[in-house]
Design a protein around this ligand. Sequence first.
Ligand SMILES: Nc1ncnc2c1ncn2[C@@H]1O[C@H](COP(=O)(O)OP(=O)(O)O)[C@@H](O)[C@H]1O
Ligand SMILES: O=P(O)(O)O[C@H]1O[C@H](CO)[C@@H](O[C@H]2O[C@H](CO)[C@@H](O)[C@H](O)[C@H]2O)[C@H](O)[C@H]1O
Length: 479
Amino acid sequence: MSDSSWTRVPAVTGRDLVPGLLRSLDPLLRRWLPRQRWFAGKGLPIGDFRLAAATELVPPGGRLGPLGLLHVLVDVEQPGRPPDCYQLLLGAHPLLPSALVRAALGPAVGGPYDGLTLYDAPHDPRMAALLLERLKLPGTSGGLRFTTEPTAEFPPGLTPRVSTAEQSNTSVVYGDRYILKLFRRVSPGANPDLELSRALARAGSQRVAEPVAWFEALDTDGDPDRDTGGATTGGREPTTLGVLQRFLPGSADGWALALASVAEDGDFRAEAAALGRATAEVHQALAAALPVHRLDGRALERIAAAMTRRLEEAAAEVPAVRPFAGALRLAFDDLAKLGAGTGSDGVVTAQRVHGDLHLGQTLRGPDGAWVLIDFEGEPARPLAERRRPAPPVQDVAGMLRSFDYAAHHSGNGPWAARHRDAYCAGYAGVAGLDPREQPVLIRAFETDKAVYEARYEARHRPAWLPIPLSALARLSTTP
Ligand SMILES: Nc1ncnc2c1ncn2[C@@H]1O[C@H](COP(=O)(O)OP(=O)(O)O)[C@@H](O)[C@H]1O
Ligand SMILES: O=P(O)(O)O[C@H]1O[C@H](CO)[C@@H](O[C@H]2O[C@H](CO)[C@@H](O)[C@H](O)[C@H]2O)[C@H](O)[C@H]1O
């Protein structure tokens, strides 16, 4: 179903939206993009921009201001990396209200787009409300397709507010009912956050915030006349752009709870064990819903080779990693040998996993039950890699790293060991397989994760770099 009453693209009341928009955006984006947490190419010069798609979302009742919500996909070229496609949601105003000044892409007055100032629309409650209205209605607007679960209910008065959490994407919370995650760096294909949370919700898992609506780009040329009727265009899968999920009011995230426990040298072991059980339940549900493979020797060698390559890249980028690199490589060599039957870790299977599990991806509701969020995988990895089945121990290793992070963040190392053990015991109680009995796998995946973290911290939070470095030092001496 195409709902053309919701769209104006590319011509807006005589103004040619697309060329004018790119001309205006170019100088603004050069300054604004590198300052965004979600911008992947920090530190590299910005080359050309290409406007991949532009859609103006206008409600059937007409615009509230000079323009509706401008939905833009822009390709950014930077030396040394393939072009990245970013999702921008823009509002335009002749004179920004003071509450929106911090969301402006450039100077808040005398904007370059026909005298309008462009700003980051999720911060504007009216624009965020407009997006929710659009999400309620399944159908297409230009190159965008909106899907709504038939069971979704939208009570009136869901006041939007943009989340202030430190994030890889941008989220808007509507009342205490829903949260909309807007992916910022996007690639063609289903985002695993949507794919896996839908699979878990369909399987009846209580460990997920179920999605109720989402939207995708069907094509990147923004051709409004092409209604694909929901089919993929040009053989490409649609690009997931945003997911509206159940919001868990009154929940606390595992990272904040763990930090509080570390600070008072508290006992968080019952919660760590519950998190282990929740992880195992999610793994079982994903294994039942989606394909599972047995990994042969060649597959394990390939995984080990990819880990070694990532270690080499990290050592090239982060000098502090270099002293440990030789010893760390042995962990990956041992993984490669598992396939030759010389290891003791047993049969290794691969299935869909969370992919970036850490304490900050867990929420404990007021009833004490744990839910896992953000099944997107590591944002820096290519989408195809994030969607690939992997040994479930990858997630276990991610959580073990997180207990270590919490402890070292507050200088209480012994806290980590106790809580890592409790987590593994909880996991084993449900999975029937204790990760501590898979030492080669655990060490390789923990090393790989700490290597990823060293690059992540060097890029985003240099003051935190000592945390993964101390793990790399430990892992380089553990046999
Ligand atoms: N369903 C939810 N209910 C309540 N809070 C949530 C929910 N999903 C996410 N959050 C909050 O938003 C934050 C960021 O969410 P996340 O999915 O991790 O985004 P990102 O991928 O951008 O890092 C979380 O740390 C959590 O505090
Ligand atoms: O939650 P995101 O998808 O944005 O994940 C990225 O950011 C995380 C930090 O916010 C980062 O996690 C690392 O720091 C956490 C503490 O802040 C710690 O608990 C994790 O164990 C550690 O990996 C994550 O790696 C990154 O992908």
